[in-house]
Design a protein around this ligand. Structure first.
Ligand SMILES: [Zn+2]
Length: 143
């Protein structure tokens, strides 16, 4: 079981989280299921409703959620999960992340330490099957 991210989409994600630093960036991951794996086809940089410098809380703007839904239906994709950054913090789900999670989705977290894509220090993905147990790490494969 893995989430598979093409390099070109990962570059879009890295650029986004670096550009927003030290704010927390978030976005959607659209793609397809193939057996146990989630194949990302399109990264969708979104706006974080929490316009403050933080590392532990994000909420995607409702209009971005609607747009992602529209693109998914048009291009026969589905929302596989979401990415967000932890500026100057490790790529580990915060309590906020766990409480705001849904069981089905992958949560890709990028630890970022500056304004350049090279400042992305770590990328991890988690499944959060329920809010009362520990998040489960999911493999990230870059293709
Ligand atoms: Zn987080």
């Amino acid at each position: 079981m893995a989430i598979i991210i093409p390099t070109i989409e990962l570059e879009i994600i890295k650029k986004h989280v670096a550009a927003i630093f030290p704010y927390e960036a978030c976005g959607g991951l659209l793609g397809r299921l193939e057996g146990e794996n989630k194949i990302v086809v399109k990264a969708y940089p979104a706006k974080n409703r929490f316009g403050k410098i933080a590392w532990d809380s994000f909420e995607i703007e409702p209009k971005d959620m609607l747009e992602m839904d529209k693109i998914s239906r048009k291009e026969n994709l589905e929302i596989l999960g979401f990415y967000h950054s932890h500026p100057n913090h490790p790529a580990i789900p915060s309590n906020f992340d766990i409480n705001a999670s849904w069981p089905y989705y992958s949560y890709v977290i990028l630890s970022v330490k500056g304004n350049s894509p090279e400042n992305v220090a770590d990328i991890k993905s988690y499944l959060i099957p329920n809010k009362n147990s520990a998040p489960v790490a999911e493999d990230v494969e870059i293709t």
